[in-house]
Design a protein around this ligand. Structure first.
Ligand SMILES: [Zn+2]
Ligand SMILES: [Zn+2]
Length: 141
């Protein structure tokens, strides 16, 4: 079992949710994706293995992954929810081109520092972090 499977297993137990093969099957497929995948794209992938699975089941399962820290929901301003793997990943922000739609990830020690500072000032216990910059990429300018 992978670490991710353990995380899901524990989360299901803690919330009295059923340990279904399908939930772990979806996790397996999700973990093999790269970058930022929309729920629709993931639904298409998952249907190859579970032909009868509905979109809402996939979406709810992704939400479940988000709750236990396996996935992160990202929004690039086009109204489509996208998900990315978040387990043991470092904080990162996104640069989104509003013309071609390309996205880029970045990490910044300075941003991390500011975030910690803000969290401290407001005595918050952070559960997630989002930093998105919208604009025109090098090519589209
Ligand atoms: Zn662009
Ligand atoms: Zn990302």
């Amino acid at each position: 079992m992978s670490k991710e499977t353990d995380v899901l297993d524990e989360h299901l137990k803690a919330n009295n949710l059923k340990k279904t093969d399908q939930r772990f099957g979806i996790l397996d497929i999700f973990l093999r994706t790269a970058g930022h995948i929309s729920a629709y794209e993931l639904h298409t992938l998952i249907r190859k293995q579970y032909p009868n699975i509905g979109f809402s089941t996939v979406y709810r399962t992704l939400k479940l992954f988000t709750e236990c820290g396996l996935a992160n929901e990202v929004n690039f301003g086009d109204g489509r929810a996208r998900f990315e793997k978040s387990f043991r990943r470092v904080n990162h922000g996104h640069l989104i081109c509003s013309k071609c739609g390309k996205t880029k990830e970045f990490t910044s020690a300075a941003v991390d520092k500011v975030q910690k500072q803000i969290v401290g000032e407001h005595k918050y216990k952070p559960q997630g972090f989002r930093f998105e910059i919208y604009g025109l990429c090098n090519r589209c300018q």
